[in-house]
Design a protein around this ligand. Structure first.
Ligand SMILES: *Cc1c(COP(=O)(O)O)cnc(C)c1O
Length: 481
């Protein structure tokens, strides 16, 4: 299996070669030269597999340069009921991503796929935990070390820290805006005592932290000497790890070959739903892929009209589903590459238009028709919709959902087809977004037992001014490189 860049850079790479990297040298994103195929017989044979072994079967189709027994050991170490233990009472934790039927609506089943039962209560754990084990394995094999630098306003940073804590050969330097995260999120990150995790609380807002990461990454000599890397959502291994739960969700929602299932995905950077698209390209019988956005509706606008119009950061709203507050979708390029029939020249031209004119428009082109062939539809949701949906699910089904999942449910209900199960991906648990739950329901969301009293644990972090030079000095001091 060789990987190509969406922008045509002629240098096929192996899975291990792209594992630790980000963008391709030409600025494109990596994709496999062909999507591996899964037959109906193979799918049926996978019904009885535990999640870890299903993950192995799918990953090995994308990765032929890690020995089979090593890859299997890595997936078995990653996907255990001990790690993914925060499911609601009544859900089967052994499934890792339990499927819960909420009820019958529109002549079909409305279902919730629980992806948020891992250590940080958001779906990012599903891929990040595997990445931690893959990175540790690959670094040991190559005799290398890696210092991960990132900026976070919550979900990604904590998922990365919980995936990398205690891993040999890896340190994490995570910048966050001082006193701007919720008490719960702060406690989640800062209570980690592992010596390879460094929390830097920056005096400033998220953009200041992000700017420092950019400044450090643009100092190429420093970056090389300090072995700086990232774990952002364009990482191919993260996308492929997410493909697995579409298969698991389909297997849990069906009982025989060829049955169609629709998935609705609360979307931001388009990483999660891109994995659904790849599952469909591999032959999984998916009917619709429903893209749900919040008020930051750049993706909804594209799927409705064909116009991709990235927003300026000043036009990005701060919403009550904050992990979907994006101005442009960093994984979107992978999907557009397929829309264009994998024409790297055309793709490079379109994304030049994004740089120079802030977007492109596919309305009226054959490529736009392909969006429907690929099963994509979309919708948007607002703060009032979230509140109403959280209240409705609580009273109708006795289930409390988080704000992002509420965006998913709201939009899923606009695209139900009789007889086709609608599986909404649960991308976080409500405990993470207690303020909005309180606003909607007038009560605290339930907290998984492990998180009781987390705010009173001792915290380990360093407050720093928004100054790249001081952050660099801190990194150098702690790596000794
Ligand atoms: C990251 C995140 C999303 C958005 O996922 P993308 O892969 O960026 O589209 C949605 N919900 C939650 C809770 C998240 O953490």
């Amino acid at each position: 299996m060789k990987y190509q860049s969406t922008r045509g850079h002629e240098m096929p790479q192996s899975f291990s070669e792209i594992l630790l990297g980000g963008l391709a040298p030409d600025g494109g994103l990596y994709l496999p030269a062909q999507y591996p195929q899964v037959t109906a017989d193979e799918l049926e044979a996978w019904r009885k597999l535990p999640y870890a072994d299903l993950a192995y079967e799918i990953l090995r189709k994308f990765c032929d340069d890690i020995p089979a027994e090593d890859l299997r050991a890595l997936t078995r170490k990653t996907y255990t009921a001990e790690v993914y233990c925060n499911a609601r009472a009544g859900d089967n934790t052994a499934d890792i991503t339990p499927l819960r039927t909420l009820g019958e609506e529109g002549g079909t089943k409305l279902q919730l796929l629980g992806l948020s039962n891992g250590p940080t209560l958001a779906f990012k754990d599903m891929a990040m935990q595997l990445l931690g084990n893959l990175f540790e394995y690959a670094l040991a094999r190559a005799g290398q070390e890696l210092n991960i630098l990132g900026a976070t306003s919550g979900d990604t940073g904590s998922a990365a820290e919980y995936a990398m804590r205690g891993k040999r050969g890896i340190r994490v330097f995570m910048l966050s805006p001082h006193r701007k995260m919720s008490a719960f999120q702060t406690a989640q990150m800062f209570s980690l005592q592992d010596p390879n995790i460094f929390n830097l609380a920056i005096d400033g807002v998220f953009d200041d932290a992000q700017d420092i990461v950019k400044a450090v990454s643009n100092d190429h000599a420093f970056k090389a000497r300090q072995k700086i890397g990232t774990v952002n959502s364009i990482n191919w291994a993260r996308v492929v790890a997410q493909v697995v739960y579409y298969f698991k969700g389909w297997l849990l929602a069906t009982d025989g070959p060829g049955q169609k299932v629709s998935f609705c995905v609360p979307s931001g950077n388009f990483g999660n739903v891109c994995a659904g698209h790849i599952a469909r390209m591999m032959g999984l019988p998916i009917d619709k892929l429903v893209v749900a956005t919040n008020e930051n509706d750049v993706l909804d606008e594209f799927f409705r009209t064909g116009a991709y119009r990235v927003r300026k950061s000043a036009e990005t709203y701060h919403t009550s589903s904050p992990s979907m507050d994006i101005s442009k979708a960093s994984n979107f390029e992978r999907f557009v590459f397929d829309l264009l029939g994998q024409d790297a020249g055309k793709l490079a031209a379109l994304f030049r238009d994004v740089e120079e004119q802030g977007g492109f428009d596919l309305a009226g082109t054959p490529e736009f028709d392909r969006i429907r062939q690929f099963g994509f539809v979309s919708g948007r949701s607002t703060h009032q919709d979230r509140l109403a949906t959280i209240r409705d699910l609580s009273s109708r089904y006795g289930v409390t959902i988080d704000t992002h999942t509420a965006d998913g449910i709201k939009v899923a209900r606009e695209h139900l087809s009789a007889g086709v199960p609608m599986v909404v991906l649960e991308t976080a648990l409500p405990a993470k977004f207690a303020d909005t739950i309180r606003e909607a329901l007038g009560q605290e969301p339930e907290r998984p037992a492990k998180f009781e009293g987390i705010e009173s644990l001792p915290q380990r972090f360093e407050v720093m001014p928004a100054d790249a030079a001081q952050v660099k000095a801190y990194i150098a001091r702690h790596t000794g490189l």
